[in-house]
Design a protein around this ligand. Structure first.
Ligand code: ATP
Length: 298
């Protein structure tokens, strides 16, 4: 298990990470979310042991992360560590050797992953001849070829088209099944929402939302009701607990303060010719915006 305990990182006057704690269990996919400059890369560098925290500590299975455990960590960073003049095969053999793998074993892993990513034809091509997205896949292969315990992915989906995002997600699920702890960063909320069950959202280095996505959504009591077929929205606006009613094409979106208000909304419109009535959880993005607003008001 990866345990990050109350880490703080200061660069002079700038606090890049401000009292951040979280745990990533075996077989868990954890999302670190934040805008540019929120402190994601700094957090990763501290976890990888490349940077010392000003305060706090990081352990993997109870041990401090140092050179003894770094070969059990795979990472894909934003600065791509590929050597353009080498072929894909040469690069993987080179990195395999650094990880103590035989040439045969490295090539077996390479063939497996090239097939999975549907790029078998690139094996003997020079890295610099590959598209950015395909270079990203090679970097991923390099990070996972020795089946690391902990996999760190800094913005893994950036620059990939939707088909390749799905291929990469599937590959990450495979590693999750093997029991790896996976932590990845993103500034795109939708990737986190659909992909990981646990997350932390950083604003200026400080965690403002953390935990299991389902618990975060449950704790945030507001819900949205989508309705089609209502005639008069005024009567809805009068109900206590209805926060807003907005129209989007044929659908009305009614925001309510609490799930309990649903019954009252339904009673009020049940004589209309309703064709749709769906109670939805708010999106993570909506919760995030509300939380950031709250923080700024204090
Ligand atoms: P991005 O999404 O843009 O990669 P990030 O969330 O990874 O951003 P960091 O790179 O960790 O953010 O930066 C966090 C804060 O720390 C920023 O304000 C940044 O300017 C500052 N920072 C990062 N590295 C240094 C450094 N070496 N010296 C001084 N300040 C730094």
């Amino acid at each position: 298990m990866l345990k990050v305990e109350n880490i703080v990182k200061k660069y002079g006057d700038v606090t890049a990470v401000d009292h951040l704690s979280f745990e990533v269990d075996k077989g868990e996919i954890f999302g670190l979310l934040g805008e540019n400059g929120a402190g994601k890369t700094t957090t990763f560098r501290i976890i990888m042991g490349l940077l010392d925290a000003t305060e706090g500590k990081v352990t993997l299975d109870g041990k401090k992360i140092d050179y003894n455990v770094t070969d059990k960590i795979g990472f894909v960073t934003e600065e791509r560590s590929l050597m353009g003049k080498m072929t894909v095969e040469e690069q993987i053999i080179f990195y395999g050797a650094l990880k103590g793998m035989s040439e045969e074993k490295s090539l077996r892993e390479l063939d497996y992953w090239l097939e999975k990513f549907q790029i078998q034809d690139y094996k003997k091509r020079k890295i610099k001849e590959l598209s950015k997205g395909n270079q990203q896949k090679i970097q991923f292969i390099q990070a996972v070829m020795n089946h690391p315990k902990l996999l760190i992915l800094d913005e893994p989906f950036t620059g990939l088209d939707p088909i390749n995002v799905e291929l990469l997600k599937e590959a990450i699920y495979d590693l999750q099944k093997e029991g790896a702890s996976i932590i990845f960063s993103s500034h795109q909320m939708e990737h986190i929402e659909t992909f990981c069950e646990k997350l932390v959202i950083l604003v200026k280095g400080h965690p403002i939302l953390e935990g299991y996505v389902k618990d975060i959504k449950k704790a945030y009591r507001k819900k949205n009701i989508l309705i089609e077929g209502i005639k008069d929205t005024k009567k809805l606006e009068k109900i206590e607990g209805v926060l807003s009613v907005t129209k989007n094409q044929n659908t009305y979106e009614v925001k309510i303060a609490d799930e309990k208000v649903t019954d009252e909304v339904f009673k009020t419109i049940r004589n209309d010719k309703i064709t749709k009535f769906v109670v939805e959880e708010p999106s993570l993005n909506e919760i995030f915006i509300a939380k950031v607003g709250e923080k700024n008001e204090h």
